[in-house]
Design a protein around this ligand. Structure first.
Ligand SMILES: [Fe+2]
Length: 277
């Protein structure tokens, strides 16, 4: 027995008293003999409704599952892009990037000095990754991570983010926590697991003087070293409450000055090549 039209109309309300009608993504996958990735792809594409429990688990109405996927399941199984191994396909990646970009624009509203920052950092990071001829999978992850690198700033608050002038010690401490907070946010999302180290370590320095863990040199993941240079360049060229925006030439000089100390010199050199094209 799948359910009735009344359960469909009030499926969100009924979850607490009609658990039999709701499934986890794993149960739904088992029922339809498809992968969990296929179920989640339907959810992320907005074709299959779900809601998340406080623990971050999907719950799907069994009725919706059959209505949306039941009659398409044979077709779905034949579609190669629905295979678990291809869940990071270009099509879905584009969807994810679009959704994340929109969410970040909303978040950037509270940080008046960060308008468009994440999108630009993603663009610069991707151009460096391309120049380094990284694999498509690495490039996609770097782009996603760059978009999300400052997501933890949502916990900082507009009073500090929008403060004119330099931050005091306490405020700086709060801001510096955003790298770890950001990792904690994406930790809840299965398809963003590979972004975690890049978000956590994007403020590490090549000389080991960065945060949160004081990693140095190649201990810092390559993607995080790339984002670090891209973010710095955007900050220098966009300005901030206590510093005017500088033109590209000046920004490049700043990056060169900090190669080997703050930044991986190879990444700085690569980015300068990209900018000169
Ligand atoms: Fe940051």
């Amino acid at each position: 027995m799948i359910g009735t039209s009344s359960t469909r109309r009030s499926w969100m309300g009924n979850i607490f008293n009609n658990n039999d009608e709701f499934l986890t993504a794993k149960e739904a996958a088992k029922l339809l003999k498809v992968t969990v990735g296929t179920i989640k792809n339907y959810i992320y594409r907005g074709e299959l409704k779900s809601f998340k429990t406080p623990g971050g688990q999907h719950r799907i109405s069994k009725l919706d599952l059959f209505e949306v996927m039941g009659h398409r399941i044979k077709e779905v199984k034949r579609e190669p892009h629905f295979k678990e191994t291809q869940k990071f396909s270009d099509e879905f990646h584009t969807d994810y990037v679009g959704v994340i970009r929109t969410l970040l624009e909303a978040i950037e509203i509270i940080d008046t000095y960060a308008q468009g920052h994440s999108a630009r950092v993603a663009k610069y990071s991707l151009s460096i990754a391309k120049k380094l001829a990284l694999s498509p999978k690495e490039m996609r992850n770097i782009e996603l991570s760059a978009l999300l690198h400052d997501i933890g700033k949502i916990a900082v608050g507009s009073a500090i983010l929008g403060k004119p002038g330099r931050l005091n010690e306490r405020e700086s401490f709060i801001v510096r926590k955003h790298a770890v907070v950001g990792e904690g946010i994406v930790e809840q999302i299965e398809f963003l697991q590979a972004t975690r180290p890049l978000i956590r370590y994007h403020h590490e320095r090549y000389d080991g003087q960065g945060y949160p863990d004081g990693l140095s040199g190649k201990e810092i993941p390559l993607g995080a070293r790339i984002i670090s240079v891209a973010e710095a360049y955007d900050s220098i060229t966009s300005g901030c409450p206590y510093r005017q925006a500088l033109p590209t030439k000046e920004a490049v000089k700043e990056l060169e000055k900090s190669a080997n100390s703050q930044f991986d010199p190879v990444i700085v050199e690569t980015f300068i090549e990209v900018l000169s094209i």
